[in-house]
Design a protein around this ligand. Structure first.
Ligand SMILES: C[S@@+](CC[C@H](N)C(=O)[O-])C[C@H]1O[C@@H](n2cnc3c(N)ncnc32)[C@H](O)[C@@H]1O
Length: 237
């Protein structure tokens, strides 16, 4: 029977995992470096696939006051609200349910967008990932910044892991189901060339795209939670 790549995100246990990460893992050192480099405190920032509120909490606690955190999963939205309200009751109002591939916000209303920890790559097919990039492009102001990550299947630690695991023989290159603490999770890993092509196709210009380990030395909790991934910081052309 064909597996549903979205089902994982609707499970209570998965949402609890991401809510715990919001509190225990927090914003990665590498995320913090790039966010401080490319986003200003006056920016209106949209977060996609916010999970348990990990990045939203880090942003709010770091003095970025104008944040909207979104996720398509109702249980993620509920737990992100709970995590944020635990710190400041007013913060739960910033979480909204939105599908990243079909955002309902007006055109050009955000200065920046963040799709953290390979969220874009959890979308099941190339067409979905392109739809999300187009949707984000539409709601960003001209010159607006998008930051996201994509595990690199050619370079670095994730590529080494894949080489050890071997290629599945029936899949699209980069598509893989990973074991997790809850049910298996679908993730596409890309190459830099592939992602650059998709960004160009959807109207973005790459500003920088370092591996996370080239940005900062993330601590052991982050390495265990996320491993190495590649950041893309891109501008709406
Ligand atoms: C790998 S988790 C990352 C969670 C969080 N950003 C973090 O870094 O802890 C991916 C997130 O994307 C969300 N997601 C999956 N498909 C989505 C979609 N179509 N639109 C919005 N969010 C989606 C999932 O519910 C999940 O919260």
């Amino acid at each position: 029977m064909e597996r549903d790549p979205q089902a994982h995100w609707l499970e209570t246990e998965t949402a609890l995992h991401y809510a715990r990460a919001a509190v225990r893992v927090g914003m990665w050192a590498s995320e913090r470096v790039l966010i401080e480099r490319h986003f200003s405190k006056s920016h209106r920032i949209l977060e996609l696939g916010c999970g348990g509120g990990r990045v939203a909490l880090g942003l709010l606690q770091s003095g970025y006051p104008d944040v909207i955190a979104t996720d398509f999963s109702p249980i993620m939205v509920s737990l992100a609200r709970a995590v944020l309200a635990d710190h400041d009751e007013a913060w739960e109002k910033i979480v909204e349910q939105q599908d990243a591939t079909a955002l309902t916000y007006p055109d050009a209303c955000f200065d920046g967008a963040i799709y953290a920890f390979n969220g874009l790559m959890c979308l099941p097919r190339r067409a979905h990932r392109l739809a999300a990039l187009r949707s984000i492009h539409r709601v960003l102001k001209p010159g607006g910044i998008l930051l996201f990550t994509a595990a690199d299947r050619e370079k670095g630690a994730y590529a080494a892991y894949r080489a050890k695991e071997g290629e599945p023989d029936d899949g699209i290159p980069g598509d893989r189901w990973h074991e997790s603490d809850t049910s298996p999770v679908f993730m596409h890993s890309s190459t830099e060339t592939e992602t650059r092509g998709e960004l160009s196709e959807t109207g973005f210009t790459v500003i920088e795209c370092p591996l996370s380990t080239e940005v900062a030395a993330d601590g052991p909790l982050v390495r265990q939670f996320a491993g190495e991934t590649r950041f893309f910081v891109v501008r709406k052309s």
